[in-house]
Write a protein that binds this ligand. Structure first.
Ligand code: CP
Length: 308
């Protein structure tokens, strides 16, 4: 398998590479249960986060520590790094590459991870670039589907919620094109429908998809319901628009009642109110297990990029 270096977008992964990542991820589950490893001893990871995060930043940092590495970090980098004094992203990367062996970047602009990679002398891992992509989330999502459902070929996935701004849904759609006989259902309020670039990519790669309005009609047909949050922060001062679309699609006990017994509900989290908390105790609610898989996936990715 070719070495992994920058991780910028979901399209970059072949099925073969994903097989290798998932194999190493399974080994990482064992490493964690044995209290870690020292394989990345003396290596340093920088986390540069210009947008808020709980799961991505902390799971990357936990992953690095689990493998014996060290972490330097700037959260709220828009306010608390030299970006606040006008430093460009490119200059920041040129500086931080002198301090760390790998840079994990979350930024508010689509395309920022690519810009960083264009000037970086160390691997850049895209931890979410505005409404663009979130490829390491997509990898942990696909790993979760494989682990929970037992297959990826022939999978039926409903992507629900804010599909225009949802970088996790976009990256997952890209990644699922690597598998056979996949069908995607897009269920979103009109204002935040899946964008044409994804639909064109799916069509070009022969992946079946439909846009549906009726969530209850689709629930019984799918293996995975991938619910997403309406992203208030992408609406700016369009509060009335946000209020119009939020709450249209909610996974509640009534929706769970028509979901197959073998299906699962996923969510990249954080959630607001789009999954009723009454659903949490249902064994088909996989979203907390999904988030925990992020540590294993990111351990595998860090080992791969730092050993490339
Ligand atoms: N799923 C995800 O990206 O969560 P955070 O924003 O908390 O990192």
């Amino acid at each position: 398998m070719d070495g992994l270096y920058h991780i910028i977008e979901a399209q970059q992964f072949s099925r073969e590479v994903m097989k290798g990542i998932f194999g190493l991820t399974r080994e990482m589950e064992q490493v964690v249960s044995r209290y870690g490893s020292n394989i990345l001893n003396r290596r340093i990871m920088a986390t540069l986060f210009y947008e808020p995060s709980t799961r991505t930043r902390l799971s990357f940092e936990a992953s690095m520590y689990r493998l014996g590495g060290q972490v330097i970090t700037t959260e709220s980098a828009r306010e608390f790094s030299s970006a606040a004094k006008g430093e460009t992203l490119e200059d920041t990367i040129r500086i931080v590459e002198g301090y760390a062996d790998v840079i994990v970047l979350r930024h508010y602009e689509s395309g920022s991870a690519r810009r960083a990679a264009d000037v970086a002398a160390v691997p850049i891992l895209n931890a979410g670039d505005g409404p663009g992509q979130h490829p390491t989330q997509a990898l942990l999502d696909v790993y979760t589907i494989q682990k929970e459902i037992g297959r990826l070929d022939g999978i039926r996935v409903a992507l629900v919620g804010d599909l225009a701004n949802g970088r996790t849904a976009r990256s997952l759609a890209y990644l699922l094109t690597k598998y056979e006989d996949v069908k995607l259902y897009f269920i979103a309020p009109d204002m935040v429908r899946m964008k044409d670039d994804i639909k064109a990519y799916l069509a070009e790669h022969g992946v079946a998809f439909v846009e549906e309005e009726d969530l209850m009609k689709i629930m019984p047909e799918v293996d995975v319901v991938y619910q997403t949050r309406i992203q208030r922060e992408r609406f700016g001062d369009r509060i009335a628009d946000y209020e119009k679309v939020r709450g249209k699609y909610i996974i509640d006990p009534a929706a769970m009642a028509v979901l197959s017994d073998k299906a699962i509900v996923m969510h990249p989290l954080p959630r607001v109110d789009e999954i009723d908390q009454a659903v949490d105790k249902d064994p088909r609610a996989a979203y907390f297990r999904q988030a925990h898989n992020g540590v294993y996936i990111r351990m595998a990715l860090l080992q791969m990029v730092l050993e490339a």
